[in-house]
Design a binder for this molecule. Structure first.
Ligand code: SF4
Ligand code: SF4
Length: 419
């Protein structure tokens, strides 16, 4: 069956244009077709048969960051994220297997393959080959050098290999929570998973890390794969339900947003629709969870000027903003600084910074200018993509700055370690 972009979603747009000033791709080109309103018009024309699913149409749908800033701004409640993801399914069905599709379908979502590739990359990084390559690239091409800096360090061991499946709470247990370790997070930032678990345990939660959990499906879902994310969602629902946990705590904004969306992803599935709705209602971002359930305030504050960068999939998709802002302000005390355009996309957007490097680099430039102007020494953000992107911006410019996840900040403050 040919996939369709739902008509009821398309007709919600009243073409007021209030989304235009918040759209990063519109800011890059100034062209209507690169705005949310323009893209909705394009989708409508395709659905009415006035336009084919052409290369140009595919380009415009893939140029969009799916940052969903337009959803936050829209007075008519247009579900733009659902629209663009449906359009990408349409594009995907009309195109052959691309490199992007191959990576998402056969590497990122398959844990053993991802582990193998990560192992090779780690050898590349620690053997000294990477150092040599960087020196060479720096001389040959600043563009290639900047691209190479995008790759974060591969963690020595994944959190799932380091931590047991069940970890008892430090004091009297307040209940059980289950944690998603994620794909990108556990390959590049397994220490953040360890910090997340240690913070939860310290706050008297028993933690389960289900061994059979799979990729949440967000990357392939955002890039137009229609079946794989559903299969992964069904598997995760089964595995997480078996833990009997009260909440599922997610420390990656992209994964959390997608898992909260399992309810609508599987709404037509007779066997899973109810289970998916129950599952999604238990999903909470790390900061949302701490804010909701309360947490021990560390004895000392971050002793450095701090800003909070709001990941798109936290602030726009999940509408989680006051919670992490409150926590970061509490941890930074009088050192909290204001970050201009804190909700503007940094250009990471899943694998956007790899497949559309030039556009992502312009957005990163804008983000770094704002960070530098804030006077910050520490940038806090709750998404692995943003961590990698901003870290690359810091390295490219040689800035005396650090970018860290809230779980790491909190855990280091508990342990009185340097941030
Ligand atoms: S703000 Fe909403 S209703 Fe207005 S043009 Fe943008 S998407 Fe359409
Ligand atoms: S999702 Fe982001 S980039 Fe795409 S149209 Fe909306 S605001 Fe623009």
């Amino acid at each position: 069956m040919t996939p369709r972009i739902p008509d009821d979603l398309l007709t919600q747009c009243m073409h007021c244009g209030l989304c235009l000033p918040v759209c990063p791709t519109y800011a890059l080109t100034g062209m209507e077709k690169s705005s949310p309103r323009g893209r909705i018009r394009l989708m409508k024309s395709v659905m009415e048969g006035a336009l084919p699913v052409s290369h140009e149409f595919a380009e415009e749908m893939n140029f969009c960051l799916d940052c969903q800033a337009c959803e936050t701004a829209c007075p008519a409640g247009v579900k733009y994220g659902e629209l663009v993801e449906s359009a990408r399914v349409l594009v995907d069905e009309n195109r052959p297997l691309t490199l992007k599709k191959f990576i998402l379908r056969y590497i990122v979502s398959k844990r053993p393959v991802l582990k193998f590739v990560a192992g090779l990359l780690r050898v590349y990084q620690i053997s000294g080959i990477e150092k040599g390559v960087l020196v060479l690239l720096r001389k040959l091409s600043s563009n290639l050098y900047a691209r190479a800096l995008l790759m974060p360090r591969i963690s020595r061991r994944s959190a799932r290999a380091t931590l047991p499946e069940t970890i008892e709470s430090q004091g009297n247990s307040r209940g059980t929570v289950a944690v998603l370790t994620g794909c990108v997070m556990d390959v590049f930032y397994s220490d953040i998973n360890v910090d997340t678990v240690e913070v939860l345990v310290r706050n008297n939660w028993k933690v389960v890390i289900p061994r059979k959990q799979v990729c949440c499906g967000s990357l392939s879902g955002h890039y137009g794969d229609s079946e794989l994310p559903k299969r992964l969602a069904r598997e995760n629902i089964k595995v997480f339900e078996e833990t009997g946990a009260l909440y599922y705590v997610i420390n990656s904004a992209g994964c959390g947003a997608f898992m909260k969306g399992y309810a609508s992803l599987l709404s037509d599935d007779p066997e899973f629709s109810q289970k998916a709705a129950r599952f999604s209602s238990k999903v909470l971002d790390f900061s949302e969870f701490l804010f909701k359930t309360g947490y021990e305030i560390p004895q000392r504050a971050i002793g450095k000027k701090t800003v909070y960068h709001e990941a798109c999939h936290l602030v726009h998709s999940q509408k989680v903003s006051k919670e992490p802002n409150a926590i970061v302000s509490q941890l930074a005390g009088t050192n909290i600084c204001e970050l201009n355009e804190s909700t503007w996309c940094c250009g990471s957007a899943g694998i956007y910074n790899i497949v559309r490097y030039e556009d992502a680099a312009k957005l990163l430039e804008r983000k770094m200018e704002n960070i530098i102007a804030s006077g910050a020494e520490i940038v806090i953000t709750g998404n692995p993509g943003c961590l990698a992107q901003i870290d690359a911006g810091i390295k490219q410019r040689g800035l005396p700055l650090k970018v860290v996840h809230p779980a790491t900040v909190l855990n280091r403050l508990y342990k009185s370690e340097e941030i």
